[in-house]
Design a protein around this ligand. Structure first.
Ligand code: HAM
Length: 413
């Protein structure tokens, strides 16, 4: 019986993994250059962690299960809540601000489609302990730099949930559903929900006006006519973002799909991804006090790793591969030679199928190896190896002691 992999999950071939690792490496270099250090948390948590404040949207999509002792656990749908749990439990005495980054798989029971999976990876950062606009400026510019380094075309939208939330303050605990409808841009759903709640026309107009405010900095003036919200924080943040030459759209309709945001929010949209175009999302939030800690401001973001990988061409350069081919009876020597070469830094493959020399050579060609190194009686007697450059077809005899130098020189060509 053939067993399929679960819906919404993927298997990755070596080429895909090489590309993913290359992207990961680049992202790591950039976050580390900002002083962020990697942390890791468990793949599953007590489901409560995500029920407290992540919002109904996330909870509905959560993989929840009971373990053998009856505990209710959940596969993590994201990493911000786990990092804040970790911070409260074990890291709250670290010097502030704390700069953490992570790269891990997340699980959401969503309807799978291109760019949307049930298991996907996030590369994210959390900057914990500052409530300054400078912290938001740092994480936005960091996300921008990471995505820029991948040569992706995208748009950055910056908003502030405080403005929408203050307009929704009369709605109490119904506000988060409204935020979710705004996040989904579900205008019909929003209209009917606001009607259901009996929201007056004036407030409805105000909500719709705010969510449609989008453009350059000049929209702040329009916003000030609609709300009495203080835009000082946003203006100071935008001064920094402008001075760094980062392009953005100020979009007061950015509501985010998670409930815990309190201030600046931002999203990056890729130009060519269609429906699943959001490649990064983040903002500032306060979660520590909900997990038994002291109220602590924090800000961060997560890049949708799978989505950015899908946008970039595989350009990884494969390292050269050497295949040691040998005549029957020379297995031991072949294994020894291979080991010596590996210790000198080469990738070396030896036949483990007890095939004849011809078949070994044809396998070397099939896997696109760069060199075949022949081991047989003559080679041992003369203390030299026949090396076949599979890229040119040329075959050369090299004294044993010159072998590694020869290969190094050849590979540089
Ligand atoms: P999020 O917007 O829910 O935010 O997810 C971050 C990114 O993960 C999205 O922008 C998207 O690219 C990617 N993503 C989400 N769901 C899927 C999926 N089903 N398949 C593929 N990619 C997906 C968060 O999770 C917050 N924790 C981000 C954050 C960090 N905020 C502050 N700190």
């Amino acid at each position: 019986m053939k067993i399929e992999r679960p819906r919404g999950t993927r298997d990755f071939l070596p080429e895909e993994m090489e590309k993913r690792r290359a992207v990961e490496k680049k992202l790591r270099e950039i976050v580390e250059s900002y002083g962020y250090r990697e942390v890791a948390t468990p793949t599953f948590e007590h489901s409560e962690l995500f029920k407290i404040k992540s919002g109904e949207g996330i909870v509905e999509e959560m993989y929840v299960f009971e373990d053998k002792s009856g505990r209710e656990l959940a596969l993590r749908p994201e990493l911000t809540a786990p990092i804040m749990r970790f911070f409260v439990n074990d890291c709250s005495s670290l010097p502030r601000p704390i700069r953490f980054y992570y790269f891990g798989n997340c699980f959401r029971y969503e309807r799978p489609q291109k760019g949307r999976y049930r298991e996907f990876w996030q590369f994210g950062v959390e900057l914990i302990g500052s409530d300054s606009y400078l912290a938001d400026a740092e994480v936005i510019s960091l996300a921008d730099k990471m995505l820029k380094s991948l040569n992706i075309e995208y748009e950055l939208h910056i908003g502030h949930v405080g403005i929408l939330r203050s307009a929704l303050s009369l709605l109490g605990d119904k506000a988060s559903k409204v935020m979710r409808l705004i996040d989904k841009r579900d205008e019909e759903g929003l209209e009917s929900y606001l009607n259901e709640l009996g929201v007056e026309e004036d407030l409805k107009d105000k909500i719709k006006a705010i969510m449609n405010l989008k453009g350059g900095r000049e929209i702040i003036e329009d916003a000030k006519r609609i709300t009495d919200y203080n835009f000082h924080y946003i203006e100071k943040l935008l001064d920094i973002i402008d001075s760094l030459g980062i392009k953005y759209t100020l979009n007061l309709g950015v509501a985010r799909g998670l409930d815990y945001y309190t201030g600046i929010v931002f999203e990056f949209y890729a130009k060519d991804l269609g429906a699943q175009k959001q490649i990064c999302g983040g903002g500032s939030y306060e979660l520590a006090q909900l997990f038994g800690g002291v109220r602590t401001p924090a800000t961060g973001f997560a890049i949708g790793f799978d989505r950015v990988c899908e946008l970039i061409e595989a350009k990884t350069k494969r390292k050269a591969v050497i295949v040691v081919v040998y005549f029957k009876g020379f297995e031991k020597i072949a294994f020894e030679v291979a080991e010596d070469l590996r210790n000198s830094g080469f990738i070396v493959v030896v036949d483990v199928m007890e095939r004849n020399l011809k078949k070994q050579l044809s396998y070397a060609n099939d896997i696109n190896a760069d060199f075949a190194l022949i081991v047989g009686e003559e080679e041992i007697r003369k203390e030299e190896f026949s090396v076949k450059d599979l890229r040119s077809g040329e075959q050369i005899s090299i004294p044993k002691e010159d072998l590694t130098t020869f290969l190094h020189v050849r590979l540089k060509r």
